[in-house]
Design a protein around this ligand. Sequence first.
Ligand SMILES: Cc1cc2nc3c(=O)[nH]c(=O)nc-3n(C[C@H](O)[C@H](O)[C@H](O)COP(=O)(O)O)c2cc1C
Length: 196
Amino acid sequence: MTDNATDTNKASGATAKVLVLVGSLRRDSVNRVLAQVAADNAPASVEVALYSGLEKLPFYNEDLDTDQVDETVTRLRDAVAGVDALLIATPEYNGTIPAVLKNAIDWLSRPYGSGAISGKPVGVLGAALAQYGGKWSHADTARSVGIAGGKVVEDVDLHLAIGSLEGRAVADVPEVVETLRAAVAILVDHAVTVDA
Ligand SMILES: Cc1cc2nc3c(=O)[nH]c(=O)nc-3n(C[C@H](O)[C@H](O)[C@H](O)COP(=O)(O)O)c2cc1C
C-alpha cells in the first residue's frame, strides 16, 4: 500500500473506474491478493483501485454523522461516489461479515437514500479458510449492501476456499485469475447498463 487513499492499476486512459474495499486488514491478506489480482488482470479500459484506510474510520455513530463529518469518512464517501462500481473482497469472520467492512458500509449508507453506495453496482467476492470459502460472509455482505442501497451484481460470485489453492499463489491459478478478470468485466458491464 502507498500513502495514497488508493492504489490504482492504471495511470490514465481508463473509461471505467472500480474501487475495491477489502474486508481484511491483515498484511498478508488473501483477500487483498484477490483484489490486487483482479486489478492486475482487469480489462484495459478499466481502472481498478484498492481502497486503503478503512481501519481509520470511526465506528459509525449518528452523532458523528453531521455536516462536520470526520475527514476519513469524507474521503471514503468521495472515493466511492467517484467510481462506476464497487468490488468487495472479504473474508468471513465468525460466520459473517468483518466489522471493519460493515462499518464502511454503514458510513456509505447515509444519508439514507442518497449515500455514496446508493444505486452503485457492487460485486462481492472473497476467500476464507472454511470449505465453503466464506459463503455466509458473502451472503451477509450482499444483503447489507442491498439494504444500504447498493445494486448487488449477483453474477459476481466467488467464495474461494483458501485450501483449494494448495499453497499456490492466486496469480498462478488460471481459473481464479479468470474468475477475477470476469468479475471486473461483469461489474463494469453492469455499471454501463445501469447508466444507459
Ligand atoms: C476472527 C476470525 C474469525 C474467523 N472466522 C471464520 C469463519 O467464520 N469462516 C471461515 O471460513 N474462516 C474464518 N476465519 C479464518 C479466515 O477465513 C482466514 O483467516 C482468512 O485468511 C482471512 O482472510 P485474509 O487472508 O484476507 O485476512 C476467521 C479468522 C478470524 C481472524
